[in-house]
Write a protein that binds this ligand. Structure first.
Ligand code: PGA
Length: 250
């Protein structure tokens, strides 16, 4: 996993936006997997500065609460419209966000898995990490080969979202996430330092689903100093990033 350490949350968002815009320049009809949470909000603020860049983008996302429709302010659908989609140019036919307001979550899961195949796979998946090591809503113990499916949330996860949300969700699986061509993990703040250390330097295990990213051929973690503070090889990662090969280098 490539580790990029930035001074603070603002610089982290700048770096993440630079990576997303570079992907959009390479492929204007990018298949982009979105993530919710506090961490990517700064990234979405920066993406909104180029509203035309999203006209052909195909949008997917990681997860949604069971029973909540897009008009519910607690839904992740509402989050994406509020923080990104309401501010950029997009085509409705290109929005494939998971829906929680369906009778059959398994049917919804299969529908989105099929749509990912139809568009040729996810090009870039944005990710955050929960303090319990989850990616999407793949809670501790999730199979590292799991597909999109219904998932019961840990009480700590429900509490993180203010407590008044369902304890059932639908989430892209760890195996589904691992098939994205590129993964961009964002983590900010001292309360993530311990789990970031386990994700990057700990053993790969379903108890910490984010550790699966160690097996991904093209995953990067953009961290701020606080989130990186417990990494044993922090200085080494900085040295590698400062000295890495860059396109066009002589
Ligand atoms: P956060 O959520 O960005 O609000 O910390 C991250 C996550 O649970 O994936």
């Amino acid at each position: 996993m490539e580790i990029i350490i930035e001074p603070d949350a603002g610089a982290l968002a700048d770096r993440a936006a630079q990576i997303v815009f570079a992907e959009l320049a390479r492929k204007p009809d990018l298949v982009l997997g979105l993530a919710t949470g506090r961490t990517p909000i700064g990234l979405y603020e920066r993406l909104r500065t180029k509203p035309e860049a999203f006209a052909d983008v195909r949008f997917f996302n990681l997860d949604e609460f069971f029973g909540l429709g897009p008009s519910d302010p607690n839904s992740f659908n509402a989050f994406f419209y509020k923080h990104l989609l309401n501010h950029v140019k997009f085509q409705a036919k290109n929005v494939h966000l998971l829906r929680g307001d369906v009778k059959d979550l398994e049917e919804q899961a299969q529908l989105v898995e099929d749509r990912i195949k139809v568009v040729g796979g996810i090009d870039l998946q944005i990710l955050g990490i929960g303090r319990n090591g989850h990616i999407g809503f793949n809670e501790p113990g999730s199979s590292l080969g799991s597909r999109t499916r219904p998932k019961t949330l840990e009480p700590e996860t429900v509490a993180h979202y203010g407590g008044s949300i369902p304890n059932l969700a639908i989430t892209m699986g760890v195996g589904t996430i691992m098939e994205a061509r590129r993964c961009l993990m964002l983590a900010s703040g001292a309360d993530k330092a311990e789990i970031v250390c386990r994700m990057v330097e700990g053993p790969i295990m379903s108890e910490v689903p984010a550790t699966a990213l160690q097996m991904h051929p093209r995953a990067a973690a953009v961290l701020d100093e606080a989130a990186a503070s417990k990494l044993k090889r922090r200085d080494y990662y900085k040295w590698v990033f400062a000295n890495k090969w860059r396109v066009g280098q002589k």
